[in-house]
Design a protein around this ligand. Structure first.
Ligand code: FAD
Length: 421
């Protein structure tokens, strides 16, 4: 950190969390440079996945802080908030038709509108200054180094390049390379495989079955979920409650749609149509991982790990900090509100412009920044622990031997969905 140059902020990971943070920091006039290092070689390198519902208090609030809510509204699908729960015979146990509220007036939030993940990433990327994201930079390690009595961080990437930063944010997802500097806990297998499938153009029958939003077909250790995306695309998840090595031991399972369907013997024909209609080349198996709850925040709690003071300028957000199973639909929402909160913590520490003229002043600034990061981590941990507990509970109910009974009861206990007005 030099008195001449701005504070260097390195964000690792260009997911929704990292990009939201970069955007909000760039909107402010703090004396800092913001760089996002991303492993993917380009923005179009891989499909970004399905549709996401953004919640008013988190995902939507973060987009407002990023001054991107009106941009979001161009893509938001308020009409796709419906949900249906059936059993394997196709009997409907619960049906909530969307939209839950009329599209709100300009700037107002309502309900949980859907947006494709690719569209969300596009909005965030387009909002950043040119060259903010360095593509093809897979972080391998981050280490503290002392320069003129002050801590800096050396980042090393798989492409052989290096970078130096004064503040490092790990927004690099489930297998974060930044995380070991902050906590020693690792995500654990959550007990379920998701096999992702895509129906590129839904037939009228499939479209009617899925309805305006989502269908959950639940029966014991097997679930089929299908979710409407923009256009006529439907994303299907075939869920298997099985050991972590299940697909390693049954490699043929993911070689054809027929083999996946064989896992759902005796299921209703129209629900099986969700598997049969998928693009056979779209099969992607995913093991679902989650942090054990309670989460290890503040980071010195529970784990027995005391972070050395020379790692004080490093923090985490989103899945890197608290990955959970998707059963509460909160992961993206938390990553984005974490980003908005962390941005405020960083902006608070950097405004007014810090005095960096002497080593003593720089050390004092580092202490101030480090304190702001610890306060943020504690708030993030409290919020994420609640959602992680909910998510773990929902997973057990959705895949319990008596599903869908308790899962439906739980959804009903929430009462009517939030209304627009
Ligand atoms: C099947 C499934 C369905 C889901 N559905 C929902 C849903 O409906 N609603 C919801 O809210 N959440 C959902 N989630 C969760 C959601 O996807 C995540 O919580 C969210 O993407 C987390 O955002 P993030 O920015 O923290 O991390 P990520 O989205 O994981 O982004 C991390 C970024 O870091 C990059 N990266 C990784 N390692 C490195 C490295 N070493 N160096 C540089 N870059 C790196 C990655 O390429 C990626 O771009 C779902 C998850 C799954 C698996």
């Amino acid at each position: 950190m030099s008195s001449e140059s701005p504070v260097r902020i390195a964000i690792v990971g260009a997911g929704p969390g990292g990009l939201t943070l970069a955007r909000i920091l760039q909107l402010s006039d703090i004396y800092a440079t913001i760089t996002v290092y991303e492993r993917d070689p380009s923005p179009t390198y891989r499909p970004q996945g399905g549709s996401l519902d953004l919640h008013g208090e988190s995902g939507q609030a973060a987009l407002k802080a990023a001054n991107l809510f009106n941009e979001f509204r161009k893509y938001a699908r308020y009409e796709d908030e419906g949900m249906k729960i059936t059993d394997k015979d196709g009997k409907v146990w619960l049906a909530e038709e969307g939209p839950f509220g009329p599209p709100p007036d300009e700037g107002e939030d309502a309900g949980r509108p859907e947006i494709d993940r690719t569209q969300l990433r596009g909005i965030l990327l387009d909002s950043l200054s040119a060259s903010t994201v360095r593509w093809g930079h897979a972080l391998q390690s981050v280490e503290p180094v002392v320069s003129e009595g002050v801590n800096e961080y050396k980042l090393r990437f798989a492409n052989g390049q290096e970078a130096t930063a004064d503040l490092v944010v790990g927004a690099d997802g489930t297998w974060s390379q930044v995380r070991p500097a902050v906590i020693q806990t690792l995500p654990q297998y959550a007990g379920v495989w998701f096999i992702d499938l895509t129906i590129p153009k839904a037939s009228p029958e499939i479209s009617a079955l899925v309805g305006p939003g989502l269908i959950f077909a639940l029966s014991g250790a097997r679930n089929i979920l299908a979710q409407r995306n923009s256009g006529d695309v439907i994303r299907v998840y075939a869920l298997l409650r099985e050991p972590a090595d299940y697909i390693d031991n049954h490699p043929d399972l993911i070689k054809s749609l027929a083999n996946i369907e064989a896992e759902f013997k005796g299921w209703n024909e129209s629900i099986l149509g969700l598997i049969r209609s998928a693009d056979p080349t779209s099969i992607i198996p995913r093991k679902i991982y989650a942090f054990p709850v309670p989460l290890p925040y503040p980071p010195s709690n529970n784990s027995g790990y005391e972070r050395p003071s020379n790692l004080g300028g490093i923090t985490l957000l989103g899945d890197a900090a608290h990955v959970m199973s998707p059963f509460a639909g909160e992961g993206v929402n938390l990553a984005m509100i974490d980003a908005a909160d962390l941005a405020q913590a960083i902006i608070g520490a950097l405004q007014p412009k810090p005095d960096l003229s002497t080593t003593k002043a720089k050390v004092e600034f580092q202490q101030l920044l480090s304190h702001a990061l610890r306060v943020f981590e504690s708030q993030m941990g409290t919020r994420a622990s609640e959602k992680a507990t909910e998510s773990a509970g929902n997973l057990l109910l959705a895949l319990s031997d008596t599903a869908p009974l308790e899962f439906v009861e739980k959804i009903k206990s929430f009462g009517p969905p939030p209304d627009a007005n």
